[in-house]
Write a protein that binds this ligand. Sequence first.
Ligand code: GLN
Length: 486
Amino acid sequence: MNLYEKTATELSDMLRRKECSAAEISQEVLERTETSEERIGAYITRCEDVMQQAEAVDKAIAEGRALHPLAGIPIALKDNISTKGIRTTCASRMLENYVPPYDAAVTEKVRRAGMVITGKTNMDEFAMGASTETSYMKVTHNPHNPEYVPGGSSGGSAAAVAAGETILSLGSDTGGSIRQPAALCGIVGLKPTYGSVSRYGLVAYASSLEQIGPMGKTVRDTAMLYSLICGRDQMDATTVRREYPDFASALSGKVQGLRIGVPREYFGDGICPEVSVAVWEGIRLLEQAGASVREISLPDTEYAVSAYYIIASAEASSNLARYDGVRYGFRAKHYKGLTDMYERTRSEGFGDEVKRRVMLGTFVLSSGYYDAYYKKARAAQQRIKRELADAFRECDILITPTYPTPAFPLGEKSDDPLKLYMSDICTVTANLSGLPAISVPCGKTASGLPMGMQMMAPAFSEQVLLNAAYAYETLCGGFWSGGTVI
Ligand code: GLN
């Protein structure tokens, strides 16, 4: 098996046993990227100093320095995560040439651990979308079938891992953007509890909903990366000070006594039967291993997508007000006066989807409509939160599909934003309620496209979640058998 097809866990062990060098790993990943990237299009920016980063790790190993287990492992970062000296575009014309003067908190942790940053990945513009098709920069293709979307908005991060163009990646999840592309590309993606990972240096879309999270080929890989990035950060006041265990080493794979809830609203209309069947097969597997399963009802799920799009757009309209052509980013070339400059800069700098959100957000926050929309959405959010809290009195985890369908052909939904919004039905409740949720692969369709199963748990129960996911992975005989796609 090629090195780029291996998991981070395997590579980390090989490095420790001196069976390969960090330079060899990076060399293989770069060669693979050279041959596959034209078909995949995962990266917006590829780092030029990959080999230097890897060689620095080899030098540290030779000197006998104590290193983090992820030292020397290649990682790609979504292009809304600030990287000092490396262009960070959010896949927008607005930030096409923006080079941040500082690192995000997670970037700093990744660098300090000696991970090798391979580049910045493609995404929906400002993370608004579910297929990576709203990117101003390029198209990303699903590594399982290049005519299909990779999911979004962290589509580049998912495709890069699935295609062997990196080993691990970071995405951000505001309404499903880590879990959805993970599902559609056949990898694992974790949306952590709100407040467990610093958002310092994450370009803001909807600040009260989003978290940065890890993506990998296996649950253990994902757990290792989560352990690295989580924790209190004084630069982000929403992060919570608490003990975060070493998640990977605490994985037991035991599910005896685990109480699984299966909310029927997540298996109704609009969920492709092939996906439902695959998820139910997964649930049965866990049941046979000793978990108990009960069907439950979460009727307020009905309001989730509407509430999400109102709240997310409201926050986006405020967060994106900073792109005014003055402080940073794009400025229109021709204008007459200040107001005209603002208008032209924003008209030319933002794509359609971003403009739609800014307009919608401004509308729902306007004095005439605030009560009718924003206030109601907040009330719905409270109900959804309460309903989930009640469910978790009787269940340890909930299992649902991640995405209602397998990947769809590129272009199929780009003219119909509502269709895309509806596909967030399974993922937005975790964001509205701040809960952790993970997507794990649960088989492929008859035509060979991956599907994802989502597990959700109470706040800060990542260990329970990762353990259940790991148990499922073990019962399946592993998600990753090596062998990258296309
Ligand atoms: N599809 C959702 C949206 O467009 C979620 C995106 C995300 O999680 N960043 O808002």
